[in-house]
Design a protein around this ligand. Structure first.
Ligand SMILES: Nc1ncnc2c1ncn2[C@@H]1O[C@H](COP(=O)(O)OP(=O)(O)O)[C@@H](O)[C@H]1O
Ligand SMILES: [Mg+2]
Length: 634
């Protein structure tokens, strides 16, 4: 036994490097009495390479194994009065794994411990070879994300299948590097998996630069998420907001939306015929994700209003009509209520979101800044729901990862915050996604504010520096007992450092992440005051451009033109009232109408961003007015 142990230990070229002995073993913990200063072993601990610190990996030789343990606490129970006098130095260890010695001198790594150390066993700092055997994973799905703190020459690897399959979380106080870590981990994964399917919800529009060519960037300007994909609850959130006060309107919608759906399904155009064929006898519920026209819905509302005897009952109908009409004209909602034509575009939307075909862009970055705040939760809800359903109905052939930044916004602990359907959708991925290949990455600076049932489903956790006590407690409660001590120094972690634990890493480990290349840094959301306060900016042109952007956010002339034509389309007005001049849009429109007539699909062209900026503002305003007049005449 000694010879194999010595072979493992002496691979660095020296003999016995033990620095203490076991004096207590309880469960998966052990206590070592270190050969401290003034002790029999003299000054050995002063050799800095062997000086243990939090997170150092120790090795303890047993008959056929080397037990690996992590230092989780260091203390001197009775300090000497004077420096240099003998005192006891103690290290607490978590027993985390073992190397099983083989006859040929090599060793196999196991998580967990089968043979426990006994009292008096000598303890040494793990050798380089042992560190390599423990951390270097030869599994084919492993990718590098950094090095281990104890020995920078040893790579910190993550096991992609375990990491994604069982969900993971990246936690840390603002500014500690969560976004950089997210970008780094995803980039490492993408380097090895060119046909991945990752959907990243990017609330601060910061990730586009991190993925360059790999990223399909979807912003409110080029997004399409038609209203008919929304469940009833989601639609109510968009249209009505607080359901308590407007029950009558909700009841009306609940009754009339299925009518509008079946009117479309039994109705006009070739696309509709396709749909009708597919579901001739289907009865639509308010939640069935099939298209319907706003114009049909408005029409059935009108018909109902005509039949009402008591004119006092008209007011919820009127309120609904006004809301529907105004939201259809609101450029901020054009991505949802402004399809040029209503046709069954669900396959294209799924294809674009989840990268099928991947078209060399394995990650979709969904920029949420610019969406009206009141609708962000609904959009996130739809996407989370679609992620799960897509994975489910693709029968595991297209595993999808959903990266949820600022997750505490969408799945808050407090039941009265957040949007219930959104919470349900994320919880569903967390609880059942594993079976179908839908996985979740949770990124948050407030672990204490996130629903604990979601966090507890994240098997792998990267804990960056964390200063808040409550947050630390939550993370500690998530980690198995053995590594818990590691988290005691969460508040003292350095830049780019994290404690990683769970199945995505071989052992709980203190990682030093690799540095992201400058071009791949997420665009930081922190303002650069001193840099920007060095010289004066701000001639009139500059201010004008600010004012323009400000106004455009609520109603740009070009957007108005576009949404006007969209609206015209949805209520069956002749579209040439507001024919957009930009060629990309026209081509886009032709493609769609061709497609709705059953012709070949050109995904690439369909994905082109409609460029509508060239529209002359005066004409667009006139066009909108003309259309409003036409509408009134109807
Ligand atoms: N892996 C890394 N590579 C390079 N810089 C990093 C890395 N991790 C953190 N940083 C530094 O930390 C800063 C803050 O990171 P960021 O990801 O924006 O933090 P958070 O998202 O937690 O607020 C970055 O500006 C960067 O300088
Ligand atoms: Mg961030």
């Amino acid at each position: 036994m000694q010879s194999t142990a010595a072979a493992l230990a002496s691979s660095d070229g020296d003999g016995d490097r033990s620095i203490g002995r076991i004096v207590s073993v309880t469960g998966a913990k052990a206590i070592v009495l270190l050969d401290g200063r003034g002790g029999a072993e003299g000054t050995r601990l002063q050799v800095s390479a062997d000086k243990p610190e939090m997170g150092t990996l120790f090795a303890i030789d047993t008959a056929n194994t080397v037990v690996l343990s992590i230092v989780s606490a260091l203390n001197v129970p009775v300090p000497a009065h004077r420096e240099g006098e003998a005192e006891l130095w103690i290290a607490e260890l978590g027993l985390v794994g073992e190397l099983v010695k083989r006859a040929n001198g090599t060793a196999a790594f196991n998580r967990g411990v089968s043979v426990y150390p006994t009292l008096g066993d000598r303890v040494r700092v793990a050798s380089r070879l042992e560190l390599e055997q423990a951390f270097y994973d030869d599994k084919r799905d492993s990718v590098r994300v950094g090095s281990i703190r104890q020995d920078p020459s040893i790579a910190a690897m993550i096991r992609v299948d375990d990491l994604l399959g069982k969900h993971f979380a990246i936690l840390g106080t603002t500014g500690t590097g969560k976004s950089c870590t997210t970008a780094l981990i995803l980039r490492s994964i993408l380097q090895r998996n060119p046909a991945a399917h990752i959907l990243l919800l990017d609330p601060h529009n910061e990730y586009a630069s991190s993925f360059g060519e790999w990223g399909e960037v979807i912003s409110p300007r080029n997004m399409q998420l038609p209203y008919w994909l929304l469940t009833f609850e989601e639609l109510i959130e968009v249209l009505i907001g607080n359901p308590q006060e407007r029950k009558a309107e909700i009841e009306i919608l609940q009754e009339l939306i299925p009518l509008a759906k079946s009117r479309y399904g039994s109705g006009r155009g070739n696309a509709a015929r396709d749909l009708r064929r597919a579901s001739s006898d289907a009865r639509y519920t308010v939640d069935t994700p099939v298209p319907y026209r706003m114009s049909d819905l408005l029409q059935v509302i009108d018909e109902r209003m005509g039949k009402l005897e008591n004119k006092r009952d008209l007011s919820p109908y009127r309120a609904l009509k006004t809301r529907l009409e105004s939201i259809t004209l609101d450029p901020r909602y054009a991505f949802m209520f402004g399809s040029l034509t209503i046709y069954d575009s669900m396959a294209q939307i799924l294809g674009r979101m989840f990268r099928v075909p991947v078209n060399s862009k394995p990650i979709t970055i969904l920029e949420l800044t610019g969406l009206p705040t009141e609708i962000v939760n609904v959009v996130v809800s739809v996407l989370c729901r679609m992620t799960f359903d897509f994975a489910l109905w693709s029968e595991g052939q297209v595993p999808v990862t959903l990266v949820c930044e600022e997750a505490h916004r969408y799945v808050p602990t407090n039941p009265s915050f957040g949007f219930e359907p959104c919470k349900r959708a994320i919880a569903k991925i967390a609880k059942e996604g594993r079976k179908y290949g839908a996985s979740l990455c949770i990124v948050t600076q407030r672990p204490a504010e996130i629903d604990p049932t979601i966090l507890s489903q994240c098997n792998t956790v990267f804990a960056l520096r964390m200063s808040n006590d409550r947050d630390q407690e939550i993370v500690k409660s998530a980690i198995a007992d053995t590594g818990a001590g590691l988290l005691e120094f969460l508040s003292a972690l350095g830049q780019r450092e994290a404690i990683a634990f769970g199945d995505g890493v071989t052992l709980p480990v203190r990682i030093k992440f690799d540095e992201l290349p400058a071009h791949a840094m997420p665009r930081s959301s922190s303002a650069r005051f001193t840099e920007m306060w060095q010289k004066s900016v701000g001639d009139e042109g500059f201010l004008d451009s600010i004012v323009d952007r400000w106004r455009n956010a609520s109603a740009s002339a070009a957007d108005t033109l576009q949404s006007a034509s969209l609206f015209a389309e949805s209520v069956n007005l002749p579209v040439n009232v507001a024919e957009p001049p930009a060629p990309a849009v026209c081509e886009d429109r032709r493609l769609r109408s061709r497609e709705s007539h059953g012709e070949r699909r050109d995904f690439a062209a369909l994905r082109r961003e409609p460029s509508v900026a060239a529209a002359p503002p005066a004409k667009s305003a006139g066009a909108v007015r003309a259309m409003r007049e036409k509408l009134h005449q109807r």
